[in-house]
Design a protein around this ligand. Sequence first.
Ligand code: C2E
Ligand code: MG
Ligand code: MG
Length: 402
Amino acid sequence: MNEAATRVLVIDDEPAICELIEAVAESIGFHVTSASSGDEIEAALGGRFDLVVLDLSLGDLDGIELMGRLGSSHRGLPIILVSGADESLITSAGRIAEMHRLRVLATFAKPFSLDLLRTAMSEMRNIGPRVIDPTGPRLLIEEGQLLDPEFLRLVYQPKVSALTGDVIGVEALVRWQHPVKGNVPPSIYVALVEEMNRTADLLDAVMSMAAHDRHRHRALASMPDVSLNISVLDLSDDELPRRAQRILTATAPAEAWTFEVTETAPITDMTPAVSILTRLRLAGFHLAVDDFGTGTSNYERLLVAPFTELKIDRAIINRLDVAAAEPDPMAKSGIDVGHSLNMQVVAEGVETLEQFRLVRDLGCDAIQGYFVATPVPPTQIDEALDTWAENFGASGLAPEDS
Ligand code: C2E
Ligand code: MG
Ligand code: MG
């Protein structure tokens, strides 16, 4: 076997379907393992793979349950779902997979076109650096290197006004980069940090780097807002509001920082979380609900905690049908909920002009996504914003000159 080949695991209780999928995967140079029976599946799950093609209806076994297991052992794993069930069920299953932090490349109702399957599998080539397999030999990060400043960086992604195109802030995103081991995707990196119970240390490192960058780079010093992601685990850390004030407000006032809390992870005990969020808000920091619409949507949390911003997850933006006559109900209800609670609503993951126009027309206040700019190091922010200003001017999105 070619060591560099992508390893595909096909899980389907019908061996004939496995064979078909195998043929497609092999035709594009992938290495394939198939599993049909319960024992085969158990054995295969202990092996290594970069992509899973999963049938949702596995006879005695439960494909949905398997997604849960895959999500907790292989966060960020690319997956293709196939099923004999109807389209809407498969779409819901796709959402569940996203909730489990799997990366859904495509969903197919049987019978499906082998050409489309081939195209979906070929997506693996665009995924960039090989997704790291957390069950593999401890390739990953030794504990001593987990928070080593030598390997940690922040990149910044602009967020712009949907109406004027002006930059209103940037989001800081962590990058763990090793000269030999390469990049570990943040979804996997953060999961490791959580597993090792080091989220408070990561947050301190992120806050320090952001404060330092803001002090050092003019593009960030003049930025109205810089947002930082926090793990829900940090919301049981009583010391957080004090540390945030100490580390961050030396370079910019609390009002110029936002904390983003992901919506996908369940908060088991709301009371301490709400009190920490409230203390942060009282200190002047802004608070955003991140990834809204994918997780266990917890409206109660929105109502009881003083959030100022709601970020609609890119999975929802991605699914928008730009040609649809009716507004997408998920996107529309997120925007309405946000506005009724006086929050600024941001669309995440906007990749095209059509999506930009659509979410603006639906009422989003701000836009973030590759269409505007990808995350960049501090030294490249000015250039990214210049390019955006030009593109925005040429796109026909700018308000009429008057
Ligand atoms: P997030 O907070 O929702 O961040 C947005 C993610 O979407 C980023 O991925 C960004 O690169 C990606 N993105 C932005 N625009 C587009 C687009 O147009 N299309 C697509 N396909 N993707 C887009 P990234 O940097 O890989 O981060 C993934 C997640 O890791 C973040 O999701 C956040 O939950 C977490 N994360 C990142 N940095 C930190 C951190 O410093 N601390 C903690 N606790 N979590 C972090
Ligand atoms: Mg975020
Ligand atoms: Mg997000």
